[in-house]
Design a protein around this ligand. Sequence first.
Ligand SMILES: [Zn+2]
Length: 443
Amino acid sequence: MTPFTGRRLRFAAALSALLLGACVSRPALGAPAPGAPGATLMGVRYWTGPDHTRIVLDVSTPVTFTQQSAGPRTLVVHLDGVSAAGDARRALRIADGVVRDVAVDSTATGIEVAVSLEVDAECRVFPIAPQGEKPDRLVIDVARAAEPTLEPAAPRPPERRERRIVIDPGHGGEDFGARGFGRTIEKAITLDIAKRVARLVDGPNDREVAVLTRERDEFVPLGRRVRVARDARADLFVSIHANSSPDPSGHGVEVFFVSLSGATDVAAQELADKENAADLIEGSADAGEAVLASDDLLGILLDMTQSETIERSSRLAESVIEAIRRRARVPVRGVKQAEFRVLRSVVVPSILIEVGFVTNREEAKKLSSSAHRERIAEGIADGIERFLELEETAPSLVDHVVAEGETLSGLAERHRMSSEELARLNGIPVGPLRIGQTIKVPR
Ligand SMILES: [Zn+2]
């Protein structure tokens, strides 16, 4: 997998060509990208996020584009010297509350892509260079426009909503995962432990609610696992796996968290490659999932909040491995970083736990025992619990996602500080906030 640094460079280049502006109020802005005559639009995909819709145009070579508004709530992107493949010419109905539909039409000089909006929105159009098997892409991001208001929002008590812990049992269905001694099969071990963790996390007096990405022996593509987390508005994402090795002496519990800059070591990356291959079993996931799990989405998300999320993931990983060591009295191999796709696509603290090696005779035997699996589950639930406790009591800053109607001054007042102080804390100017924007506020 490509290390993140390479993508960051390309992403920065893409950003420099970025057009920022309200779709409907700033007509005829244009920025040329390197153009090539004879390019083909091969397909149009989209993905609906919590606060924006991303439309991805797959093109055969870099294209020159201009954007303009065409009447209220319509954005038109002209692609010069581009023709559309048959499939790409079909109108795409989205109707997700932000974008109504996308239509592709031929013009004298190329094609135009008309995006009709359901609400006032802000659009950004930018190219992404090819990566791996992915072609050149032109991305149209449509974000629900924030409604800037000078009225401070009424102070509200901080919300104490329940916390959703998404538990992700690795593999399933025709994807068996690792097979080991004594007919141990990874997919069965992960499901059993995940269910136990969910039951423990769901305790009657707790504020935590567990959500499983699968509850049966079924194949679930990585993209859908991520979508479960997103739909559940997950606070934490915990993926459970069992390890294997050609070396029968390999043993121990490992916890991974996402890496942006490459794996801790080669073995970690090999493992990540193995787990990432899960999606290949079913061929390609459907279009929405493919985009969701793709790097496209990450390009944006990573820049904004990811370093903080990674820091928290690392703390979650430490907390969980320590609790497993204590509860299950198993050797631990430690906490490592690797580029697991299922982790990278999630924007909340996320870890992947390898509960032991099924290829190690002793560990396979242990993992076959329900008492041992229960202790592992207790360790995981314990680690999660302690992590959450620590975050709650530590006197520091927390992320706050700006909701509709919230303003900088309103948030500042709620935290008994001035707008200027809160802005300085975040390194942002005093001004309107965007819905969905993450800012730091005191606990
Ligand atoms: Zn696995």
